[in-house]
Design a protein. Structure first.
Length: 410
């Protein structure tokens, strides 16, 4: 194999691919890789980087064409050179497709019989779609009260969806009690380490699209695994000599669910320490995908922030709502509300002078707003009589001057 399996806690190695935790100490598994034979020229999909993913070369990937998402220069952000990495262009509309494609490929390769996952939306939708592709039965557990618009597509893919009157953490505890006939396609590294490598490919694509690493990489944080994975991707590129410097990572949370910000301020590192600052998950936020009392992959996310010289910040609901509207109206990106935390965080860092003028910043747009239409502003079409003429239309939409060219789109 082109990769090795190694415990991140005790450094023990194994070749047993069916394990999700270290047999010696119970620690989280990680991976080492041989140097790729060559860097793929013109890579446009995630699996073009298969040599840096923990799947044997003779295994056919379970893929729906994930990756290769656009990187677009921001039109309305001033004070830095900002780019949107739009993961909403993935097959089920979020960055979770990358992780679940790897998870499902691994599951099928080890002979998994059925899939189980806890999800409030993105992971469940991706699992439902990729399970259908892999021809594996899929069970999705979610807290009662999850919007119906998130459930319907999962059902369309043929998944069994169960609404449980419990918190997300309680559901995850239930999943840990399942026997080995179930493959847990969680996007938590401790439960499903293989999938955690999928987000690395976001970093690979950004460097290919910019022809360099950005100065800052800004990521909305729910579980923390995406931020940690992107950082490992940049570390890979640095180790392989593809980039000469590493970006500074930023994790953006809501003011209500801001465990990373508190942990960075207080020097907390372990999950036991983080438990003391856990937010009450009964509280609500428009950014539902960022709603974790403590991010389950907080330790990996905190390592990324500290090792990169980055930071964790929080933004309020008003800023998220404002940028949710601005991304659509000014940038042409219909994003899920959770994504709007990233540009709101950039505003905060620019105002504080943390991001310097002219620095290159990439913000991760985690998912498409088409999956969450109830969060979109309500409005009604303008009623007009059938006798309207061209003059009526001219009054409705005033003429503007020619648009300003933005030459830094990638």
């Amino acid at each position: 194999m082109h990769f090795g399996i190694r415990c991140t806690r005790c450094d023990a190695t194994t070749t047993e691919r069916h394990r999700s935790r270290c047999a010696a100490c119970g620690g989280t598994l990680g991976f080492t890789y041989e140097r790729p034979r060559c860097w793929p020229a013109g890579a446009s999909r995630m699996w073009d980087h298969a040599e840096l993913l923990p799947i044997p070369p003779d295994v056919e990937p379970v893929t729906l064409g994930e990756g290769g998402t656009p990187l677009v220069a921001a039109a309305g952000m001033r004070g830095a050179r900002v780019f949107w990495k739009n993961e909403g262009a993935n097959p089920t509309g979020s960055q979770k497709d990358r992780a679940i494609s790897v998870a499902m490929t691994h599951a099928r390769s080890i002979g998994a019989a059925r899939i189980a996952v806890a999800s409030t939306g993105s992971v469940g939708l991706a699992c439902a779609a990729y399970s259908a592709k892999a021809r594996l039965p899929c069970l999705i557990l979610m807290p009662r009260g999850t919007p119906a618009e998130r459930l319907t597509p999962m059902l369309a893919f043929g998944a069994t969806v169960v609404a449980v009157d419990a918190t997300f953490e309680a559901i995850e505890t239930l999943l840990r009690s399942l026997d080995d006939s179930w493959f847990q396609a969680s996007t938590i590294a401790a439960l499903s380490p293989y999938q955690a490598e999928g987000p690395k490919t976001i970093a690979y694509e950004i460097v290919a699209q910019l022809d360099a690493a950005p100065d800052w990489m800004v990521v909305p944080v729910g579980g923390g695994g995406t931020l940690a994975g992107i950082w490992r991707g940049f570390e890979d590129l640095h180790r392989l000599g593809r980039i000469q410097r590493l970006p500074r990572m930023v994790g953006v949370q809501t003011r209500t669910f801001n465990a990373l910000e508190l942990a960075m301020a207080r020097g907390l590192r372990t999950m036991d320490e983080l438990a003391s600052i856990a937010a009450d998950e009964r509280l609500e936020t428009i950014a539902r995908n960022l709603k974790h009392g403590v991010p389950p992959d907080a330790t990996g996310a905190l390592r990324a922030l500290r090792d990169s010289g980055g930071c964790a910040i929080s933004v309020d609901e008003a800023a998220i709502r404002a940028w949710h509207s601005r991304l659509a109206a000014e940038e042409g990106i219909l994003a899920e509300p959770s994504s709007a935390a990233a540009p709101a965080g950039i505003d905060t860092l620019l105002a504080r002078g943390v991001i310097a003028p002219g620095e290159r910043v990439v913000a991760l747009i985690t998912g498409s707003g088409l999956r969450e239409p109830s969060a979109l502003p309500r409005g009604e079409p303008i009623a007009m009589p059938g006798s309207l003429d061209a003059a009526d239309l001219d009054r409705l939409v005033p003429r503007r001057g020619p648009p300003t060219s933005n030459r830094e789109t990638s």
